[in-house]
Ligand binder design. Sequence first.
Ligand code: 2P0
Length: 331
Amino acid sequence: MSSGTARAYTNIALIKYWGKKDQALVLPMNNSLSLTLDAFYTETTVTFSDDFPADQFYLDEKLQDQKATAKISNFLDVLRDKHQVKQFATIKSQNFVPTAAGLASSASGLAALAGATSAALNLNLSSQELSRLARRGSGSASRSIYGGFAEWLQGTDDQTSYAVPIASDHWENELTMLFMIVDDQEKAVSSRDGMQRTVETSAFYQGWLDSVPHDLAKAKKAIHEKDFTALGEVTEASSLKMHGTTLAANPPFTYWSSESLRIMQFVQQLRAEGFACYSTMDAGPNVKILLERKNEEQLIATLKEKFPEKQLVVAHAGPGIEILTKEDVNP
Ligand code: 2P0
């Protein structure tokens, strides 16, 4: 029997990943850039044993059904095949989120799974190898190997597609991301299906792809120069363009709800009044707002007054993946 445990934090893309050129290997169509956050994380323990007749996956102490377990088993098969491991595994995952708002993330989940599995098999992987491995589980998980800012390099094959940290002189610690929780229901179109449908059918997809290199360069320059306005502008623009592609897919869809739009418009209004804050959205209706940490208290008060019914979660830059010993693990 061998066991390993890891903790990984979620990340939010400032320059979005949207679409794959190879679905089996999870190779993306474009580079993406993210900020790892402290507010949500996953702890996972993987145990291999000759005694297990099949893989069993527990999430938040509940045994998961075949579909959820199959995604995990497929991921484990990548390593079992490579290292001639014949044993099945028990996987116990715990999501730590500050509210019951259904903010579980495949980025933290699959990164923690990659870390725990490699620890259980004593693989001693470098961060780059771990990022490449996490990518096979979920694209965005490749970026959660690192704290702070990370860029996922799309690459051309399994070897060349992985994330790298972006040097920032700790500037990320001066930023805040606020989560406005609009809805905790399961999404109608999964990100995996949504991005694929968009690649295959959206009239706007090529426009999105063409715009990414410029946005990415602007984001990296902004980080280098600690230019919050430039980073905020390109963050909001990347999100709006990504979401624009879904409207032109066939069949068309959107992750926005009327509430999401209300919040995004309020962010624009605040900016027009001189308050520097920018919105970004992912494959669901929740809105995240990027701002400077020194302005956090003021914005929280303003948002609570404007949207008293909404849950609000405050996040700051988080650390990279941690391989845990027994003493580190939460009970
Ligand atoms: C991102 N998203 O860059 C983008 C922006 C959602 C919108 O990565 O199919 O769970 O497992 O690689 O990583 C969410 O998709 O998708 C995502 P798969 P993943 O964060």
